[in-house]
Design a protein around this ligand. Structure first.
Ligand SMILES: [Zn+2]
Ligand SMILES: [Zn+2]
Ligand SMILES: [Zn+2]
Length: 290
């Protein structure tokens, strides 16, 4: 009998299992670069397994998910405690399952890039996987993905927002650091291959709206890890911490081009086996030297 594959959000409140360990014969890995996925996950792109619906069994109550309406009467869903993205129906017969939340080693590799025409200007796709400008022909979740309208900005300022737009902020100047983080906490919190985290000095950052909607989650066993999300849409949000002089802003929330670019990959020793780093940025097994 094939092994089960377990999925869990970062805090463990949302749990499910896939009846088999997906292989490339029965599931495909999709890397979505659409603006809606980037804001929902708070990650540079989202990676999903597309699996037959009957293969997914919920181990926690599906009704407890934070649900946000998406185009065409669809829903985007997240954990209400930690903000991880939950599996969502994809047409009548399939589910899109965020690969970043699968706990077992996947044998599946590769896949293809979707909605490349909407990708973040600062994100480089350096691998040789097939690229679709939008959805593949006949794809059932096309309305759930795509562009978002956001107001244009005064010159010289960069603005950021969550998926629904209720949480918004401004940043000025270049981030102090910009790191592609592959640690298991980022992967589970963001339900993605890796995070792309910018760090702005407190003086460079200002809330514009929705600060009261931001909820943070800190795993009990983590000394320094905090993830934040918008409680209205489940989308990513900045993290401000007591006595820390930096604000962590997931780059996916930035509207427009922040000018700077990612500087390095970190915690590469923990990276997802199904994702290959193909760009030329320096890589550190854990953290870069101080
Ligand atoms: Zn959770
Ligand atoms: Zn998408
Ligand atoms: Zn929101």
């Amino acid at each position: 009998m094939a092994a089960m594959t377990h999925g869990s959000c970062l805090c463990g409140a949302v749990r499910y299992e896939l009846e088999a360990a997906p292989s490339s014969a029965e599931a495909s890995l999709l890397h979505c670069h659409c603006a809606r996925c980037r804001k929902h996950h708070g990650a540079p792109f989202a990676s999903f397994l597309q699996v037959p619906r009957q293969q997914l069994r919920w181990l926690s109550p599906e009704q407890q998910l934070l649900s946000y309406p998406a185009p065409a009467a669809q829903q985007r869903r997240s954990c209400a405690v930690c903000g991880s993205v939950a599996p969502a129906p994809h047409g009548a017969e399939r589910m899109l399952v965020p690969a970043g939340n699968l706990q077992s080693e996947l044998s599946i590799r590769g896949g293809e890039h979707l909605f490349v025409s909407s990708k973040a200007v600062w994100h480089l796709i350096a691998d040789q996987l097939p690229q679709q400008q939008a959805a593949p022909p006949g794809w059932e979740s096309a309305e759930l993905h795509g562009e978002l309208e956001r107001p244009s900005l005064p010159a010289g300022s960069t603005h950021g927002s969550c998926l629904c737009g209720a949480v918004s902020f401004a940043v000025s100047g270049a981030p102090q650091r910009w790191l592609q983080c592959h640690c298991s906490r980022c992967r589970r919190a963001l339900s993605a291959a890796h995070g792309s985290n910018t760090f702005y000095a407190a003086a460079q950052f200002a809330w514009r709206s929705g600060r009261e909607l931001v909820q943070s989650y800190e795993p009990p066993d983590a000394g320094r890890f905090t993830t934040s999300f918008c409680t209205r849409c489940g989308g990513g949000a900045p993290t401000e911490r007591e006595n820390v002089p930096f604000v962590l802003v997931p780059a996916a929330l930035l509207d427009g081009d922040p000018g700077a670019r990612p500087q390095a990959h970190i915690h590469v020793a923990s990276k997802a086996a199904w994702y290959a780093i193909s760009d030329a940025l320096p890589q550190f097994a854990e953290l870069p030297p101080p």
